[in-house]
Design a binder for this molecule. Structure first.
Ligand SMILES: Nc1ncnc2c1ncn2[C@@H]1O[C@H](COP(=O)(O)OP(=O)(O)OP(=O)(O)O)[C@@H](O)[C@H]1O
Ligand SMILES: [Mg+2]
Length: 257
């Protein structure tokens, strides 16, 4: 356990041993200074709620502010598009990749059956879950990653033969990653409710149980307002309030009330 200073509070370096800053302005204060280290956090929401941006922002700030190398595994979007989109927030991912601090693992090309031009890519034709997990861990080892983002679990599970197999894989993914010391964000989708809000916590109804934390992103009021709720965070005292967020010129932030 981390030492405490004279006031009985954790100092900055001790805190960094046990908590991982989220990179989202306003969020750390809601979760005792950050995500619990070496745990997995689910970021869940319907389409366009900001899950992928949240994931990349977590990695980007980990690198720039804490020098913690990170890996982003993309099953949904091409890395070239991600680099282009993130540049709009002022995040020059290419620069970080050049310095071997950030790796984007292209799983999209293999899924689409096309050749990848990326340095890190899943082997086409070997898309089974065990191989994907092995390749993810290899890239994490090579980059000495402390932070990992898997975007997204449903896209990763597409190639399983059955829902049971998918459930087993998610459990395995969570157990293996917990043992590696990586603090991982996994994204998942939820179907949209009639009012635009999410009615469920995850795509398969199991992700929220095998992960240590759940952050829900959503909309209210016919999508006019973006929201964030800390739905679960093991080892953390947190409120269940729903907070208003915005996606601005520097990414996602909680709105001050
Ligand atoms: N530069 C930007 N400035 C402001 N808002 C943006 C910007 N880029 C994207 N957005 C908003 O973020 C949304 C996309 O965010 P993101 O890709 O993270 O969503 P997602 O939850 O991952 O979606 P999906 O489920 O489709 O993968 C866009 O629909 C748009 O509303
Ligand atoms: Mg996305």
């Amino acid at each position: 356990m981390a030492d405490k200073n004279n006031n009985g509070k954790l100092d900055k370096t001790d805190k960094a041993k046990t908590r991982v800053a989220t990179g989202i302005p306003g969020l750390d204060a809601l979760v005792e200074g950050g995500f619990p280290r070496a745990r997995s956090i689910l970021v869940s929401g319907s389409c366009g709620t900001g899950k992928s941006i949240f994931g990349m922002q977590y990695l980007y700030h980990g690198l720039v502010d804490y020098e913690e190398p990170g890996v982003f595994v993309t099953f949904d979007e091409m890395p070239s598009k991600i680099r282009e989109d993130m540049l709009k927030f002022g995040w020059n991912l290419k620069e970080l990749e050049k310095n071997d601090l950030l790796a984007i693992l292209d799983a999209t090309s293999a899924k689409a059956g096309t050749a990848s031009e990326e340095e890190h890519a899943l082997t086409p034709g070997r898309l089974d879950f065990d191989n994907a997990l092995l390749e993810i861990l290899n890239v994490c080892r090579k980059t000495n990653a402390k932070r990992l983002v898997i975007d997204s679990i449903p896209a990763m599970g597409l190639h399983s033969d059955s829902l049971n197999e998918t459930r087993k894989n998610i459990l395995k993914l969570s157990y293996v990653l917990n043992r590696t010391g990586l603090t991982t964000i996994m994204t998942t989708e939820v179907p949209e409710g009639a009012g635009g809000g999410a009615q469920h916590l995850s795509r398969y109804g199991i992700e929220e149980y095998v992960t240590d934390g759940v952050i829900l992103l959503g909309f209210v009021g016919l999508q006019s307002m973006r929201t964030l709720t800390v739905r679960k965070m093991r080892s953390t005292q947190h409120a269940l309030d729903t907070h208003q967020i915005e996606i601005g010129t520097k990414g996602i932030s909680l709105k001050k009330t």
